[in-house]
Design a protein around this ligand. Sequence first.
Ligand SMILES: [Zn+2]
Length: 392
Amino acid sequence: MRKILLCCWIALFLFTTASPASAQGTVTFGEIQTNYNFGDQAVFQADLNTSESVQEIVLFLEQPGEDTLVRPAVITQNSQAETVLDLKEYPLRPFAQITCYFRLKTLDGQSFESNRATFHYTDNRFNWDLLEDEDFQVYWYGRGITFGQSVLNVARAGLESAQRYINAPMPQPLQIYVYDNAADLQSALSLGLQNAWVAGHASPDLNTVLVSIPSGPQQQLELERQIPHEIAHILQYSLVGDKYAQMPVWLLEGTASLAELYPNPDYPRAIVDAVESGSLLAFDSLCITFPRDASGAFLAYAQSESFIRFLYRTYGTSGLSGLFEAYSDGLGCEEGAHAALNTGLDELEYRWQQSALGINSEWLVVRNLSPYLLLLAVLLVPPLAVGLTKRK
Ligand SMILES: [Zn+2]
């Protein structure tokens, strides 16, 4: 199995940029060679010439958005510096540009470093095909070129759709990786069972999108749903940069869901059910995170999409941009809405319920008071009944 993997991915062996080996004092490193099986194991090796007694040798690994990792290295019988990294214990960021180098310390305290090597940590469990234009690089496996072209077409339409709601340029080229099924994607992201409903993922700082599109009659609809959604997340990052994490989740997921070319047909039903059962989620509970369970998360997406649609119709793209700007400024969930739209989140939510869901305020008051009305009835009816009986 491993041999097949070795053959099928050209980038399995990756070399340093073509710089000469560094020569410092009496210690000389060759170029670092990297060889990995995605999510399993990586081996880093470099020829080593030294006449010094070695006290310690380590490998440094730098990846975007993560702390630098330092792992011990050994000197092999072939006079190579070598580190074998267990990727299950020390996972690298999928599709990130990784930089690595060895550092050697001699017994008398001198330090020597190898040249830095960089490689792209691609998921080499699969044999990816590539189709690209000036905006997108589309990667997929196991399906023909027609599928790749469909992905590219949807990506172009999805970008147009997402830019209707998020006024930001897309960094080019955006890399889109299409997995065949959700399990392959989830294993690439090292997600546990609690995230088993995750189908797509964006790494905006890596300008990379991962989606999972099973073959079958739903294939095109899934493309039209997932790809514009993830492109929207890329645009949001382009708009607010590292303030992305400060944005309310209902704003991020609501605009991304609204950008979908094929809106989820089950969202309206989920909202109607929640209205009927009195289980609508309050938006101030959806600022930091969404519910972890699948049905709670589904309702949160459905509500956020409907809420953003209402805000877009009421305040336009500039209103949505104002929200992103206010939250970038560090304002809280309630305060940001007030600063951008002159209306608090509670009031916006109330208006959304009236306008988009047709819930009138009297009905809401009655519904919210219904437990108390029932209690009142229980308390009042027996004395009244007694009174009526006595009057007889
Ligand atoms: Zn999303």
